[in-house]
Design a protein around this ligand. Structure first.
Ligand code: BV8
Length: 245
């Protein structure tokens, strides 16, 4: 349904987030100067081959990140809270896709969140593939609570593995009127290609909110650069005012 200007009255909105949205909560990003890949090579800790080669090193890498996430000084920031408010007030279809494995969107009140790269607070059986809540270290001695046999791994999508929820994501991208990307460098695929999928359709609004222009910057129709805690709440206010007009 469109109004006299041809704009969708109840526009469908897809939001993609990356590590930049959690940076001001104290969670390091990957490619900033103080990011995770400046401290460790992703080939050693974020691939199935690394896990096969040295499972303890990989488990330690994720155990350390899980302990940070569970520490008392980590909390959702104003950008996470603004997205929960956006979902609550949006008149059309709304989907939040995150590349992040933290639970800060959920803690801020977001309900419909697709973690395309998995979740740090869950573990998966390497045999029966059952996924379990796991707010503690994963050790080599742990076995699957369901089948009782499998060693456990982080429920995280490593490089070379297929991201989760891709069918639902592709359908939402093909139907959305507005695509908003927040806090991602646009360097990891297939998430980096989502804006191109939306750009195939004319009249879609494609907005990038990031500290600096991302690798996919040219494919966006609107750009807001700055820290997420400042630019995301302001953008959400403007978007809600616009859709209520
Ligand atoms: C797949 C979970 C097949 C683990 C992650 C060549 C071409 C195309 C593809 C490839 C290629 N070579 C290899 C590939 C495939 C590969 C890939 O893309 N490699 C890259 C390195 C080239 N991709 C894969 O393997 C994926 N699988 O392709 O399968 C397939 C696909 C579809 C269908 C069928 C089959 C799987 C990739 C998933 C890997 N797992 N994470 C973990 O967390 O440990 S990726 C990891 O990096 C994150 O999850 C995130 O997704 C990704 C990118 O990170 P960002 O979130 O963007 O963070 P980054 O640090 O890069 O950027 C932060 C941004 O925030 C910056 O721009 C910064 O300016 C900004 N920022 C900082 N502070 C703030 C801020 N913004 C606002 N406010 C602030 N305060």
């Amino acid at each position: 349904m469109t109004d006299h200007t041809g704009r969708a009255k109840r526009p469908s909105l897809v939001v993609l987030t990356g590590a930049g949205i959690s940076r001001e909560s104290g969670i390091p990003t990957f490619r900033d100067a103080d990011g995770l890949w400046a401290q460790v090579d992703l080939e050693d800790v974020a691939t199935p081959e690394a896990f096969a080669r040295d499972p303890e090193r990989v488990l330690d890498f994720y155990n350390a990140r899980r302990r940070v996430l569970l520490s008392s000084d980590i909390a959702p920031n104003a950008a996470h809270v603004a997205l929960a408010r956006l979902e609550e007030s949006w008149p059309g279809d709304f989907l939040l896709i995150t590349q992040n494995i933290d639970d800060l969107h959920e803690r801020a009140g977001s309900k419909r969140v697709l973690h395309m790269h998995g979740e740090l607070l869950k573990a998966r059986c390497t045999l029966c593939e059952e996924v379990h809540p796991w707010p503690k270290d994963i050790t080599l001695a742990d076995t699957c609570p369901a089948c009782g046999r499998g060693p456990m791994r982080p429920h995280v999508v490593w490089f070379g593995e297929i991201p989760l929820h891709m069918e639902e994501i592709t359908q939402a991208l093909q139907a959305c009127d507005i695509f908003v990307s927040i806090g991602t460098s646009g360097t990891v695929w297939p998430a980096a290609g989502f804006v191109a999928e939306v750009a195939h359709r004319p009249h879609t609004r494609r907005v990038e909110l990031n500290l600096e222009p991302s690798e996919q910057n040219a494919l966006f129709t609107e750009h807001h650069h700055g820290p997420a805690t400042r630019i995301v709440p302001a953008f959400v206010d403007a978007l809600l005012a616009d859709v209520r007009e």
